[in-house]
Write a protein that binds this ligand. Sequence first.
Ligand code: ADE
Length: 292
Amino acid sequence: MSKKILFPALTSLMLCICSVSPVSALETETQAQTEPVQEAQAQPGAITAQEQQLQNGTIGIISAMDNEISLLLENIDNVQEEQFAGRTYYSGELCGHHVVIVKAGIGKVRAATGAAALLDHYDLSGVIFTGIAGGTGDETQVLDVVIATDLVQHDYGQITDDGYEWTGRNNDVGGYYYCDPILVQQAYESAKNVVGEEHTFMGTIATGDQFVASESYVNQLQKEFGALACEMEGASVASVCEEYDKPYVVIRTMSDKADGKAILTYLFMRDDAADHSCKIVMDMLTGLKDPE
Ligand code: ADE
């Protein structure tokens, strides 16, 4: 049941802010919200406090792998490196905006610890996760983009003799996490600029500590969650951002279809897909610089 969800358009006054693989091929609990964040209402002639913060503040950018931030690091100016918590953090100016970029690592644990270290150390106005994913929607093809409206840990549950059962729905640590509607809309507009509307989707992304290369599991992700994409970090970063009360969005370009051919497709497409997401981030930041 794949879907292309079109967010209701926000007004033009809104600011234009601006992997993984089979584990072997890998590069070289807080309280989850249970209701979607209400869509922001822009008053004519006014921008919200959050929009102002996004415009003036520092944006954190997180990825899982090096190739998912390499294009950003090629374009960052006045870069300063800091090392802590086992990672390198790159601060500087990107597309006229102050950013801190970090490769957190692959999987939910490394993504969460990387996000927590980033949010502990820097005063951020928002967080963007950039990277690649497996397309699980019928319509989401390789190199299409999915902007997460919400994320869910698909591997949070219990295993009994009857098999695995997802228990996130009734458990506030494994359920759904809702991205910031302003960032979602801005990411969606930027994705359309970069890859075209027909290749841009918004919807649910399913996160788990597995590289998915199984058509039957893709069917399950569609059926259980209506997921358009699957990856290994988004929901855990979302969970940490909620703990720190920071707005966030997850941008994913499809490197594969999470099916029986996914491992090979992933290996061929991961770098191009990673660059697409980076270009979307840069388009967002360019808009953030110039709100007029
Ligand atoms: N990242 C890219 N492709 C993926 C897949 N098929 N499963 C999980 N994470 C991925």
